[in-house]
Design a protein around this ligand. Structure first.
Ligand SMILES: Cc1cc2nc3c(=O)[nH]c(=O)nc-3n(C[C@H](O)[C@H](O)[C@H](O)COP(=O)(O)O)c2cc1C
Length: 410
């Protein structure tokens, strides 16, 4: 875990009372009837929703602009005196910086309100390497866009990040972006946060330090865990993978073991939408599953094509080298938070043509990659049956032979 992405309201500061009071005063001034309870469903989705949604609901869309202006000016006026900063916030941010974490802020608030709040809370803006506000996204939380953008700006993979949230909308947004979520119970109760998908739920954000310590311990001995967790994934979220991550994965292939150290492989990184669409019909998926082929919105975000160079190794036998390189790539991808599937059932000639490859390069395998949209786990094999299957929760169960069966003691 290297990157910590904070929501602001309800996590570092509590500007909710100031904001709701300002929204309420602004709505009252412009004759929009409401109760404070009406605000609850919009918490975490940007304070502008308090004004727009409630005005529209009461058929008073014409007052939105004026009420919005009024709300922001009241917030600015009152923030310094009335904004509540959680006692652990400054201590936590300081400690995380000391420990070398990269911090980001991803709040649905308007940028002005965000700056006013940070100033009032005495949190310097440069505490965060990346700051995203409501105007940086087209779709607000619970849509994953905010956290996908944060990852893109941080150049981070989902499993390198943890999101700190308080609101159901925010937890859902983080989880749909494939990021583990730590939630504080400042706005919602444990059951609600758990149902939204939070992995860790605590009453005080300072407890994040214990969670990070535990995760760090877990990551020691991470090679075995990554191998155990790496299962073939065939349904992916439509989340792009930063190019630098794909380069890193290709680098893992480059550093693999090679017979006679010949290194006859090249790694084709394919992310272009058009090319992805052309390649997909050249692949075959999950022979043992009914409906195992990913639907259009479940296809991989990228492929790494493992290419064999016959000008380096003329016998054309690349399977073993490709297997080792693919394994390194898939395990590294697993550690970054990406799912993968090695593909060998391919129309190689057609892929060769689509990629306009020269004569000396042949397609050995493809590695499909993306944020997983399904789960898969290793289970004990019964009756010698090698066929993987879906359990009642839609999780792929991959039978693996018992350790006793495969180890021969000499
Ligand atoms: C050489 C090779 C070729 C493969 N080709 C395909 C393929 O074309 N399509 C597919 O869906 N899975 C393919 N797989 C994935 C296997 O089905 C998968 O590794 C196996 O079922 C075990 O599951 P696991 O990877 O989760 O352990 C391939 C795996 C290997 C090693």
């Amino acid at each position: 875990m290297k990157y910590i992405i904070f929501d602001m309201d309800g996590v570092l500061i509590d500007s909710e009372p100031v904001t709701m009071k300002a929204a309420s005063d602004a709505l009252t001034k412009y004759g929009v009837e409401h109760t404070m309870d009406d605000f609850k469903e919009f918490i975490g989705a940007g304070e502008d929703k308090f004004i727009t949604c409630l005005s529209e609901r009461k058929g008073k869309s014409e007052v939105i602009d004026a009420a919005m202006k009024e709300m922001y000016s009241l917030i600015e006026e009152r923030a310094e005196k009335e904004l509540f900063v959680y006692p652990s916030s400054l201590k936590l941010l300081k400690e995380l910086k000391k420990r070398g974490y990269t911090l980001a802020l991803a709040s649905s608030s308007a940028i002005n309100k965000l700056k006013v709040s940070l100033k009032a809370a005495n949190i310097p803006e440069n505490t965060f390497d990346v700051i995203l506000s409501g105007s940086d996204v087209t779709k607000k939380k619970p849509d994953p866009e905010m956290y996908l953008k944060a990852m893109e700006k941080l150049n981070a993979g989902p499993s390198e990040c943890i999101v700190i949230e308080d609101a159901v909308n925010g937890v859902k947004s983080a989880v749909s972006a494939g990021i583990t979520c730590f939630a504080v119970t400042t706005s919602f109760d444990r059951e609600t946060l758990k149902a939204a998908g939070a992995s860790f739920i605590k009453d005080d954000i300072i407890e994040l330090l214990d969670v990070l310590d535990a995760l760090d311990n877990e990551n020691n001995n991470s090679a075995y865990k990554a191998i155990l967790k790496r299962r073939s994934i065939r349904k992916f979220k439509q989340t792009p993978i930063p190019y630098e991550k794909l380069e890193k994965l290709a680098d893992c292939g480059r550093l693999s073991a090679f017979g006679a150290n010949m290194q006859p492989l090249k790694f084709g990184i394919i992310t272009d939408k058009d090319m992805l669409n052309k390649i997909f019909p050249c692949t075959k998926w999950a022979a043992y599953l009914e409906n195992g082929t990913p639907k259009e919105d479940e296809r991989p975000a990228a492929y790494i094509a493992i290419l064999g160079d016959t000008s380096i190794k003329s016998n054309g036998n690349f399977d073993c080298d490709s297997g080792l390189a693919s394994s390194s790539i898939m395990i590294a991808a697993q550690e970054m938070g990406y799912g993968s599937c090695m593909l060998g059932a391919l129309d190689r000639d057609e892929i060769h043509r689509i990629l306009s490859l020269p004569e000396n390069l042949c397609v050995v395998h493809l590695i499909a990659l993306g944020v997983p949209k399904q789960e898969s786990r290793a289970v004990t094999m019964r009756d010698n049956n090698v066929k993987y299957y879906l359990d009642k929760n839609g999780v792929i169960n991959v039978p693996k032979r018992n350790l006793d069966e495969v180890i021969l003691k000499f």
